[in-house]
Each structure stands twice: as structure tokens, then as C-alpha cells.
Design a protein around this ligand. Structure first.
Ligand code: ADP
Ligand code: MG
Length: 566
């Protein structure tokens, strides 16, 4: 609270956040929230100031994923608000809890469209992209606005919530006693959700009848922080499992039951597939198509009841939180009824050996110019020795190769493009992860992907965060050797500057820049950069011919059948 006797909206927002244990704000200062950021810092909250709201929002979202508390993003009105919305929408799509708090202009003028400074009906603009959107119109409602946002962000499937604070509400004053009365603390905003006993029994029956069962772990399982139950369920049932990208490391990727190296084989062969916090969306080909056995039955644990049957029929839905659901399943399976056939385990193991052998050969091949294998081999080795390092990964080929090549050994250490397959999350996620953990972060970035949030290297240097950025510079989107089909001197649409020295950018802010052209010098630079614990950027020159268009998702890229040359 501010002065005795009277307080204002600014102080009430800070008090409400503090009361609810929300102690970090990611934002960009400006009208009308500059004083909010300033006072928050004065009152002991951590304020991390960015160069662009989208990165601030991405930092808040990933902080929410890592901590199970909504990350707070603070934006200015209209354009700042809209910049942040990209991150809020991405958080909602991914199921990350986040609250975007934005200042807004005078409603009386906005609603009559009389042309206010940064005029926009922000709450209604936010609504379709957010899990919920609220506006506080009176200072005495700030407390309730904040707890409603917290409940909405954390309950059920988490998501992004928008909270609108008009400038007038922030500066409005209120009697201290009334203000104190108005504050609320959210109790148990993400309650356990114990599934029905029938749903557990049904799932056990389906799994016990399986000959070739498979478990798919999604980032919902990572979010749930039920790591011990996940491990116990997988190890007692002995079912082969596949982690989706952000579930990598829930069990170490070198676990004998991991079927990652036999991915297509297990999709095609499994007769029962158990989804644990993973959606049957495009990332799993909707459970359909040539990859999947049409006869397979599905078991699905999810906290969102409406996720069930969204793509394929689910024979045994378990609606509940993953920790509770797995405890119930472990209890119900004490007699060990769920047990895969030995022939299945042998077949998976054989396919795995074969594919791992091929991967090893690719990794060991020393191409004349450094390619994705050569560069990622270095990172693979570093993470095997330093499993505590967070890995942020975005790009096209950089993402696809990175996901497959870099094994993870600890939960929630891999943060990537996620459900949308989006570019632009890199620096925001890296800053969010470093801020909440204090641990080193390695951001593996395609050169195009890096460009979307690259200016945040100033933020990284300003806050002296232990972040090392490896820019995989193949000079373009997908690859760097495309030619202008019209024959003109403009570069082709996918081409970027292959000779760009991204390492020089970070030097401008006092960080360490490295330029490497082969795996050996990359190894030296990376080791050096991580040992320093300081901000660094390594420009990794990658063969411009090394990538493929759209990486592993070429099927999603429509092509003209009429093009003159291909
Ligand atoms: P991935 O992309 O890794 O496959 P998704 O984001 O598609 O993961 O799916 C995550 C799923 O996990 C969502 O359907 C979400 O509702 C669910 N989920 C999130 N948190 C929990 C939880 N604590 N318990 C159960 N399900 C959860
Ligand atoms: Mg590129």
C-alpha cells in the first residue's frame, strides 16, 4: 500500500500480484503503464524490460509452463497490446498459463471512436485469442480482476488470459481500508482432478488386451510435473513410449523403453496407443493417414474433457490431471495385468538399433562444409555432459534436426516452436527460462527464426543472463541457395544474407561473439561460451545447400503445379 489513508490503482495491481505470489513481470514500459513497472520494481517485484512485447509475452508464457504460475506480461495500449497478443494466442494454443495485463485508453472516447491516443477496443480484440478476457473499470475491482485472471489461466487446460486496465483505473485513488478489503488470494487455482474409477477400469481393460501398446507423452505431461508417476507407469508396464518434443527428458532420451528412434514403425504397428497429455493434432497426423494403423485403439489422459474424440475415437478416455490419473492406474494395475508381448518389444528394439546405427553414421560423417549433423553433433555431446542446460529451439531444419539429434535427460529442459510450429519464440523463451531458473540456456536458432526476436540480445546483455545463442546460418529460410526465377538481381524470397555476421551484433552490447565454420571450432566456442556464464552468440556457418524446404513438414506446403521451373 502507498501513503497512509489513500492508495491508487497502480499500487493495488502490485499488491494483488504479490498477494498471489506473482513476483516477476515481463514487459515494455510506456503510456499508461510506465509507473506500474517502476513502482513494481520499487515494491520488490522483478521487472524484466524487453525491446518488443511479443518477446516479453513469450517469456511470460514459458515462465508459466516452467513454474505452473501464470507468467505476467505488461504491455502499453493498442500496438503494444497487439504485439503481446501474438504471444498470448500462442500461450493459449500451447496450454501455457499467462496473463497479459495491458493499459488502455479512455473508454468513453474509445467506445465512441472519437480518435483517442492509441485507440483500440482491446478487451474485445483479445477475446477470440485468449482463454478469457476481462476489463477492470473501477480500482476496487482490481483484486477480483487479478484472481479471476489467475483462475482462468491455471484451471483445467491452462492458457493465456487478457486483463485490461484503462489508464484512469490505474491512477484512480481509493481509501486504504477499502483497498485492503478488496484484495483476494486465489486458493487452489489448479485443483487436482481425480478421474472416475470407471474410466480407470476401462483403460486397464483396453491396455491389458493390447499386444503392441505404445505410450505417447506430450507437453501436458511435462507441465503436470508428475515426473515420478510418469516414470513409474512406464517402467512398471514396460510399454515403449514416444515423447513429443517438449516432453523429451521426462525420462532420459537414452531410456531403453524410448521408441523415438523407431517412430514411424511404432505408429504403424501399435494396436493400443495411450496418449498422456498429448493431443492428436497435426503433429501426430491427427492419428490418421498412412503412418497410423486404422485398427489401433486409443486411451487418452487429458484434463480437458472436450479434447476426447477430437480426431479419432477414444476407446478409453481418462479425464483428470496426469498425476492423479497415473496414481489411480498404478493402483489398479498392481497385479501387472498390463504387459506388452515380448515379440513386440523385440521388434521395436530391432528397429531402433537399425535407425540409431543410421543416425550414428550421419553424425559421424564429416561433410566438407558444416551441415546440420555436424553442428548438432557438437550440441548433442555438450547436453549429454550438461543435462541441466535449457535448450530453446526454433527454425525449420534447425528445429527438425535439433529435435531428433539432441537428446534430453531432464524434464522441461526443451522449449521449442510447439503446437503452432511458430517462429519468433527464441529469445523470449530463452530469457523466460533463464529468469525463472538462473540456469544456463542454449538457444539453437535458424538464421531466419533468430531474426524475429534478435533485438532481444540487448535485453539478454542488459540483464547479464547466462544465454548462449547458436545461429545456424545457412543464409535463408529453409536453405540459402535459391535463385530468383525471374532472373533479376533481387534475392529469391527465401534467401537471407549467408555471409551475415550475427556474432558482431552481440558484441555491440558487450556480449561475446564467435564465428565458426566447422564442428571442431564450434565445439571450442560453445565450451568457452558456456564456461563464461555470460551472454554469447555463435554464428555457425552452415552449408547453404544443407536444408530442405519446410523441413519435415513439406506435405503442408502447397505447391504450384504450373511453375515454369522447379
Ligand atoms: P504435445 O504438443 O506435446 O503433443 P499438446 O499441447 O498437444 O502436447 O497436448 C497437451 C495436452 O495436455 C492438452 O490437451 C492439455 O489439455 C493436457 N494437459 C495439460 N495439463 C494437464 C494436466 N495437468 N493433466 C492432464 N492433462 C493436461
Ligand atoms: Mg536458415
Amino acid at each position: 500500500m502507498a501513503r497512509s489513508g489513500v492508495t491508487d490503482g497502480f499500487h493495488l495491481v502490485i499488491d494483488a500480484l504479490k498477494l498471489n505470489g506473482l513476483e516477476t513481470i515481463y514487459g515494455v514500459a510506456g503510456i499508461p503503464i510506465t509507473d506500474l513497472a517502476r513502482l513494481a520494481q520499487a515494491e520488490g517485484l522483478r521487472y524484466v524490460g524487453f525491446r518488443h512485447e511479443q518477446s516479453a509475452g513469450n517469456a511470460a508464457a514459458i515462465a508459466g509452463f516452467l513454474t505452473r504460475k501464470p507468467g505476467i506480461c505488461l504491455t502499453v495500449s493498442a500496438p503494444g497490446f497487439l504485439n503481446g497478443m501474438v504471444a498470448l494466442a500462442n500461450a493459449t494454443v500451447n496450454g501455457f498459463p499467462m496473463i497479459q495485463i495491458s493499459g488502455s485508453s479512455d473508454r468513453a472516447i474509445v467506445d465512441l471512436q472519437q480518435g483517442d491516443y492509441e485507440e483500440l477496443d482491446q478487451m474485445n480484440a483479445a477475446r477470440p485469442y485468449a482463454k478469457a478476457a476481462y476489463r477492470v473499470n473501477r480500482p476496487q475491482d482490481i483484486g477480483v480482476g487479478v484472481v479471476r485472471a489467475i483462475h482462468a489461466a491455471l484451471s483445467g487446460r491452462p492458457g493465456g488470459v487478457y486483463l485490461d486496465l484503462p489508464a484512469g483505473v490505474l491512477s484512480a485513488t481509493l481509501d486504504t481500508a477499502a483497498a485492503e478489503q478488496s484484495l483476494m488470494k486465489a486458493i487452489d487455482p489448479a485443483p487436482r482432478h481425480i478421474p472416475s474409477p470407471e474410466s480407470i477400469q476401462r483403460a486397464i481393460e483396453v491396455l491389458a488386451a493390447a499386444e503392441r501398446p505404445l505410450i505417447i507423452l506430450g507437453k501436458g505431461a511435462a507441465y503436470a510435473q508428475a515426473d515420478e508417476s510418469v516414470r513409474a507407469w512406464i517402467e512398471t508396464t514396460r510399454i515403449p513410449y514416444l515423447p513429443m518434443s517438449m516432453a523429451k527428458g521426462l525420462l532420459p532420451d537414452n531410456h531403453p523403453q524410448s521408441a523415438s528412434a523407431a517412430r514411424s514403425f511404432v505408429f504403424g504397428q501399435a494396436d493400443v496407443v495411450m496418449l498422456i497429455g498429448a493431443r492428436l493434432n497435426w503433429l501426430l497426423a491427427h492419428g490418421k493417414g498412412s503412418q497410423w494403423s486404422p485398427a489401433a485403439k486409443f486411451v487418452q489422459i487429458d484434463i480437458a474433457p472436450t479434447e476426447i474424440d477430437s480426431n479419432r475415437p477414444i476407446a478409453a478416455p481418462i479425464v483428470g490431471d496426469i498425476g492423479s490419473a497415473l496414481s489411480c492406474l498404478l493402483e489398479a494395475n498392481q497385479l501387472g495385468r498390463v504387459e506388452p508381448r515380448a515379440a513386440w518389444l523385440d521388434a521395436v528394439a530391432a528397429r531402433k538399433r537399425q535407425n540409431l546405427e543410421r543416425m550414428r553414421a550421419n553424425l559421424e560423417a564429416n561433410a566438407a562444409a558444416m551441415n546440420f549433423y555436424g553442428a548438432l553433433r557438437v550440441i548433442r555431446g555438450v547436453i549429454a555432459e550438461r543435462p541441466d542446460i535449457y535448450v530453446v529451439n526454433e527454425g525449420a531444419n534447425t528445429l527438425d534436426f535439433g529435435r531428433n539429434i539432441v537428446d534430453m535427460y531432464a524434464p522441461r529442459k526443451r522449449l521449442d516452436s510447439g503446437t503452432w510450429g511458430v517462429m519468433g519464440i527464441g529469445m523470449g523463451y530463452a530469457i523466460g527460462a533463464a529468469t525463472v531458473s538462473g540456469k544456463p540456456v542454449l538457444a539453437i536458432e535458424g538464421d531466419s527464426a533468430f531474426g524475429f526476436s534478435g533485438m532481444e540480445i540487448e535485453t539478454i546483455c542488459r540483464y547479464r543472463l547466462p544465454i548462449v545463442i547458436a545461429v545456424f546460418n545457412n543464409g535463408g529460410i529453409y536453405r540459402g541457395d535459391e535463385v530468383n526465377r525471374g532472373g533479376g538481381s533481387d534475392p529469391a524470397p527465401t534467401v537471407l544474407m549467408g555471409n551475415a555476421r550475427y556474432d558482431k551484433l552481440i558484441e555491440a552490447f558487450g556480449g561475446a561473439g564467435y564465428h565458426v565454420t566447422d564442428p571442431a571450432s564450434f565445439q571450442t566456442a560453445l565450451t568457452d561460451a558456456l564456461a563464461s556464464g555470460k551472454p554469447a552468440l555463435i554464428n555457425c556457418a552452415i552449408d547453404p545447400a544443407a536444408g530442405t524446404e519446410s523441413g519435415h513438414i513439406q506435405n503442408l506446403n502447397p505447391k504450384s503445379s504450373l511453375s515454369r521451373q522447379d
